[in-house]
Design a protein around this ligand. Structure first.
Ligand code: ZN
Length: 231
């Protein structure tokens, strides 16, 4: 029981760094770990002909993965507040170009939602909506197939794992609107690409992906040096 209470307290007020475990007195990560975060100062692009921009405050690294793990698997919903603020700042460069945008979170399958009790992408989307004033459209996308964790699969299996996993529930919510699609991490990009394909049926004006971290060495590492649009 004592251990469970400690777990609950640490979830709300983490006293130890979620990455290295050193005492912080209330911060998510200690100073040295914070210094290891990798800021992503320009947008990346998803692979494919549409060149969908991906904004994130960070590239993935061990410290960021520890924060995401804390958020997803250890009840650390408090992490959504910090990450959501950082994501809002990362979107600022794009914000002025978006006309009457809406935020759509990548949905969790209902069985995972029941087990976890909350939806991490939904939490992040809520924080970004609060900070930016952009309307949040929960439930725009549904997840009709329970997929295996993308991180557990090799590159060749990832696309098939999420093919047909998402469906558009309400097309009138995004028609002719600029959509900001929110997820926690973008690694191979297959999950958000599958969401983009589902969103297409609703005729959005554009789709911008916003996440807490993206992989630096993946296909989406390509920056667009010939355009000021994403700088
Ligand atoms: Zn630390």
């Amino acid at each position: 029981m004592k251990g469970f209470c400690r777990f609950l307290l640490d979830s709300v007020f983490p006293r130890r760094c979620v990455s290295c475990g050193s005492f912080t007195g209330g911060s998510l990560v200690c100073g040295p770990c914070h210094g290891q975060l990798l800021p992503a100062d320009a947008a990346g692009l998803l692979p494919g002909p549409d060149a969908i921009p991906v904004y994130s405050p960070f590239f993935t690294c061990d410290v960021l993965l520890a924060v995401i793990r804390f958020l997803k698997f250890e009840g650390g919903t408090v992490a959504a507040g910090w990450l959501g603020l950082e994501m809002s700042c990362a979107l600022a460069a794009r914000r002025e170009e978006l006309d009457d945008p809406v935020i759509v979170p990548v949905p969790l399958h209902w069985t995972r939602l029941v087990r976890r009790g909350y939806d991490q992408a939904g939490l992040l989307a809520g924080e970004v909506s609060r900070h930016t004033g952009i309307t949040l459209r929960r439930g725009t996308l549904g997840r009709s197939k329970r997929t295996r964790a993308q991180s557990s699969l090799d590159r060749g299996s990832r696309s098939g794992n999420v093919t047909g996993a998402f469906r558009l529930r309400s097309a009138d919510r995004i028609g002719d609107r600029d959509v900001v699609l929110v997820d926690d991490l973008v690694t191979s990009g297959e999950t958000v690409l599958a969401c983009c394909r589902a969103l297409e049926a609703g005729g959005p004006s554009s789709v911008t992906v916003l996440c807490a971290g993206r992989r630096r060495t993946a296909k989406i590492k390509v920056e667009r040096p010939d355009s000021l649009m994403f700088e």
